[in-house]
Write a protein of this length. Structure first.
Length: 150
């Protein structure tokens, strides 16, 4: 029973780390975009900060995977067949894919356009939508984990 509690604490810590980092990245990016709209010149140091925050996402994800696997092992997969858990796993997969496929691509596009001094308005809008989607996914995952409907 103690291991289940340890894994649960690690799992919640990983979730808090990932969600908190996403919130921090969202705030930093909004500050970047406001600076760009106001001054016309981007605050490049803020993009560097966002790159450094990405390491925290990886640590949080590793904690989630290890602790989630540990809890599944200890409970003998008790939740694996429940609808809320299957939906939660699908949302987690969507969260990860959205991060790599949308967030990663838009971030790369932003950096490329900054290097050649191209227009950024559409990329900034896309990244804002990306962060909104990530927040909604995290919120839904948390709700599913709390209420565990069947």
């Amino acid at each position: 029973m103690i291991w289940l509690n340890i894994f649960l604490i690690a799992h919640l810590s990983g979730l808090a780390l990932m969600a908190g980092t996403t919130v921090a990245e969202t705030v930093v990016f909004h500050t970047f975009s406001k600076s760009f709209q106001k001054d016309g010149a981007p605050a490049l140091n803020l993009l560097g900060l966002m790159d450094k925050l990405s390491a925290l996402l990886g640590i949080g994800a590793a904690l989630l995977i290890i602790s989630g696997t540990g809890m599944m092992f200890i409970t003998h997969g008790a939740f694996a067949h429940q609808i809320w858990f299957k939906i939660k796993l699908g949302l987690i997969l969507t969260l990860v894919l959205n991060g790599f496929l949308v967030g990663g691509r838009q971030s790369s596009k932003l950096k490329r356009r900054l290097e050649v001094n191209e227009q950024l308005t559409d990329v900034i809008s896309n990244i804002k939508l990306f962060f909104l989607a990530q927040m909604i996914l995290f919120f839904t995952i948390i709700l599913l984990s709390i209420f565990k409907f069947n």
